[in-house]
Design a protein around this ligand. Structure first.
Ligand SMILES: [Mn+2]
Length: 329
């Protein structure tokens, strides 16, 4: 079977997954996208496409993924996942799934690829035991930061992701950091982080019921443009909080809609604890999205601004009720 394109998630796990598929299949053309574009079928795929770290599209040659919700969606469509070429496995990263698949097929990967997969496991599953561990800089985290820098255009970002994928395939992460473009993007990321922290300080609150300040709520729906923030930076403001939520308006082609995008994640201080909080379960119970134990996201479609305000209030109440019901330790 010949594969023309790798269609992958535009994050670190997606990049490492694509590097693995590119090394194993000798296929160089890579398309970067987000899960929503696949769900809305904005990208047409066919039998010569390998799809990584994204929902299963209607048609593709191979599919690699690790999101339980995406497997569920396949089953709900009446498709037997075992019949799909590629592999689904609930591993910490999709890169791990792809690595194990091709290793099982007899492909031998160089040590720098397996090292990148170790980093993808940690980064994608957010496997940190404390705020300090999360802030500790590793080669993978620095490359990840560089792809999260602000880019002048979507096209330039895509080109950069393509180049990074080639580098991840061909050289160790440490060596990638020596690249001038990577260093410049990392610098831009750090400057952006400073600005984000300022912006977040103005949007952070806690629910009235949340007297212990467990769950940071960042409501950005009053912004006219989509603010670029990284929700976990909130833990730099409140290192003792147990979780953080963001509420954003969804933008389509640059226009603000009444639809809401909600993310919720546990603080890394919860990782080592024996708790019962499951962020993916909250999103699935509300039937608005999906995710892992530690981080999840959902979308609420609203027909008007009034409805959006009502739905936001209701979602906050429901999320808080479920959050409190799940034991913290
Ligand atoms: Mn992933």
């Amino acid at each position: 079977m010949e594969f023309d394109r790798i269609v992958t998630h535009n994050d670190f796990d997606g990049i490492v997954s694509a590097a693995i598929c590119s090394a194993a299949l000798g296929c160089g053309r890579i398309i970067f996208t987000g899960p929503n574009s696949i769900a809305r079928a904005e990208i047409s795929t066919g039998p010569s496409d390998v799809v990584c770290d994204l929902p299963y599209p209607l048609d593709c040659g191979m599919w690699f993924d690790h999101h339980p919700g995406n497997l569920e969606a396949v089953r709900l469509r009446g498709i037997d996942p075992a019949g799909i070429p590629g592999r689904f496995d609930e591993k910490p990263s999709c890169a791990r799934v792809a690595l194990e698949y091709f290793t099982g097929e007899g492909f031998e990967f160089p040590a720098h690829i397996t090292a990148a997969v170790d980093e993808a496991d940690t980064i994608d599953s957010f496997d940190y035991r404390s705020v300090a561990e999360w802030r500790e800089e590793t080669p993978g985290k620095l490359v990840d930061m560089s792809i999260k820098a602000e880019f002048p255009s979507f096209r330039e970002q895509t080109r950069y992701l393509e180049r990074i994928t080639g580098m991840v395939r061909d050289m160790p992460l440490e060596e990638i950091l020596g690249n001038g473009e990577v260093a410049a993007n990392l610098e831009r990321y750090r400057a952006g982080e400073e600005r984000m922290l300022k912006l977040m300080e103005d949007s952070v609150s806690f629910l009235d019921e949340d007297s212990d300040h467990e769950l940071i709520v960042m409501d950005f729906t009053h912004h006219k443009k989509k603010p670029r923030v990284i929700r976990n930076l909130a833990y730099m403001l409140y290192p003792e909080a147990l979780g953080a939520m963001t509420i954003n308006s969804l933008f389509r082609r640059g226009t603000k809609t009444n639809d809401l995008s909600i993310t919720i994640s546990l603080s890394m201080n919860m990782t080592a604890r024996d708790h019962g909080k499951d962020m993916g379960e909250i999103m699935r119970s509300l039937d608005i999205g999906d995710g892992h134990t530690g981080a999840a996201a959902g979308t609420i479609h609203c027909g008007s601004k009034d409805q959006m305000l009502r739905e936001k209030k209701r979602a906050l109440e429901e999320i808080w009720a479920m959050w409190k019901e799940m034991p913290a330790a």
